[in-house]
Each structure stands twice: as C-alpha cells, then as structure tokens.
Design a protein around this ligand. Structure first.
Ligand code: FPP
Length: 300
C-alpha cells in the first residue's frame, strides 16, 4: 500500500507487533522452521527501518514469549542465536538512526552472551531520542501483571503504599515500562486472531490489525496498510460515536474536560516521563522492572 495514504498528523504513537508465522512460512517451502526465524530477521530489520522512516516514535516487537521457552531446545537455541546475531549486525544502523533499544521481560533467563549484547545495545543507545524499539523477550503479559502485583504487595507490606491509593494509574506505574505510552495499534501477522499473552494491560484500547502476511514476508507496505486501517477507525474508548464526534475535532485528540480526556497511561495521555527516557541505571539491572526475578528476591 502506498505511503502517501498515511495522514502524517494522526500517526500511532506506539505500534506493537506480534511477529507470527515464521514456522508456517518455512514449512510451506519445505524448509526447517528455523529458516523461517532466520528469514524473520530481515522482516525485523525492515519493520524497524520502516517505522523510523514513517516517524513512528515507539515500536514494540514480541520476539520471544515466556511460553516459547517450552519449544524444542534446538529451536530455542536457534532463536537465541538469531537474537545475538541481530544485535551484533544491526546496532550500528540502529544507533546511527537515533533509535533507542530497550527490552522487557524475564531477561535473566536469556543466555549470558545474549544478555551482555543486549545490555551493550541498550547502554550505547540510551541517549537516542528519534525512536524507541522495545524488544519483548522472555515476556508474558500475565507475568508482567503478577510481577507488578507482587511489587505493590511488598510496598503495602512495608508501609510505603496505602492499598486505597492503588488505582489504574498507580498500578500501571508498577508495570515493566511505565514511562511508555500504551500501544495505539497492535499488529499480528500470520492470520490468527489471538493476543497470545502480549501486553495484556496495555492493549486495553489498542486498535488490532491482523494480516495474513507471514512475518518473514512483512515489509514496509504491510506496515503502511496497518496504519491506514488504524487511521480509518473511530476510537471511542467506550463512548458512543456522537460523543466522540461532538467532543473533539479529531477522534485522536480529546479536548480537556471532555469525557474523552484520557486517564493516565492511556494512549492519549502525555507521559510525565518522556517515552524515550530509559528507566533504570543499568538496562538489565536486576532492580529494574521486567529484568528481575522474584525467585532471586529482586524487586520486580
Ligand atoms: C512466531 O513464529 C515467532 C517467534 C516465536 C519468534 C519471532 C522471532 C524472530 C522474528 C526472529 C528473531 C527476533 C529478533 C527480534 C531479532 P512461529 O514460530 O510461532 O510461527 P508459526 O505460528 O507459523 O509456527
């Protein structure tokens, strides 16, 4: 789909992608599943470039779920190898383009060399401000919510937090990336309409675009198609169409004081902290949300 169909003044601030279909792409070609993952790397490169060129400030990629650890060891090893290779091969271009790399999930489960490379990429790019690419690695949406609940419970126990204070805004501050806006647009490739434990809290009001394109074939025109589809929707946030139309000039821009005025943490809320601001001293600091394991007794 041609890029000129996109309205530059109504871009999604945050696009999240469930990159599905690598295995089927390979199997249809009589190839090993891992060849599909290998081909998926080219699609990751293309998606990052395309998002940057289109001016999307935040791209989140579901690269490896907590459930993916249960795949055959050879496949898990291949995926870790590809991640390692990707970080090595792409960091130059990512950094040159002013893109900040971040990661969230149970990162302590990643093989040490991959963690080290990830940490280097995050440190190297932490001051970049053009765009954020967030890799969800060893990530599960339910785990993220459980981790947040544990941290809240601990703070209540220590008398640092009053349970009556805990509302949606406070709760979302305990998630892995409280400083990033919620996704406006969630894309899933591979044709299946599932959320697969991805960003369960944050996608409350995301627009969902499912495409039959298998991830290894996903290119800029597919991202453009998803954005155009997003721009043709009316985001009602639980209201009715007349309210949305009556209360604001654009469905994406609620007016102050209107029922559409966003709650903190919603896709419309200007974030107190810049979405480009890294959140912890060390990106894989075990004290940083999303990188520590409660089993380790860390504060995650
Ligand atoms: C789902 O396809 C995809 C994954 C489990 C991993 C995605 C990984 C990559 C694209 C490569 C490495 C990533 C980065 C960020 C460098 P699937 O295997 O479930 O496909 P299927 O549904 O056809 O079986």
């Amino acid at each position: 789909m041609p890029e000129r169909l996109i309205r530059a003044n109504a871009l999604p601030r945050h696009v999240a992608i469930i990159m599905d279909g690598n295995g089927r792409w390979a199997e249809r070609r009589g190839l090993d599943r891992n060849e599909g993952h290998r081909a998926g790397i080219a699609a990751v490169r293309a998606a990052v470039r395309a998002a940057h060129e289109l001016g999307i400030p935040q791209l989140t990629l579901y690269a490896f779920s907590t459930e993916n650890w249960s795949r055959p060891k050879l496949e898990v090893d291949a995926l870790m190898g590809l991640l390692d290779h990707y970080l090595e091969a792409e960091i130059e271009e990512i950094d040159r383009n002013g893109i900040q790399v971040r990661a969230m999930g149970r990162l302590e489960r990643l093989p040490r060399p991959v963690r080290a490379k990830l940490e280097r990429a995050i440190c190297r790019t932490r001051d970049n401000r053009e765009m954020v690419i967030l890799f969800a690695l060893s990530y599960g949406g339910r785990t993220e919510i459980v981790d947040a609940a544990r941290r809240i419970a601990r703070e209540v126990e220590q008398g640092k937090l009053d349970p009556e204070q805990v509302d949606e805004k406070i709760f979302s501050e305990y998630l892995y990336t409280p400083d990033l806006p919620d996704p406006d647009l969630l894309i899933r490739t591979g044709g299946e309409s599932r959320v697969s434990n991805f960003l369960l809290w944050q996608i409350a009001y995301a627009e969902i675009h499912v495409t039959d394109v298998m991830w290894p074939d996903f290119r800029k025109s597919d991202l453009v198609e998803a954005i155009v589809s997003y721009q043709n929707r009316e985001r009602r946030y639980g209201l009715i169409s007349a309210q949305v139309r009556g209360n604001r000039a654009s469905p994406l821009e609620p007016q102050a004081g209107s029922p559409l005025e966003p709650q903190a943490g919603s896709p419309l809320e200007p974030q107190a902290v810049s979405p480009l601001e890294p959140q912890a001293a060390s990106p894989l600091d075990p004290r940083a949300p999303g990188s520590a394991s409660p089993e380790d007794g860390n504060d995650a």
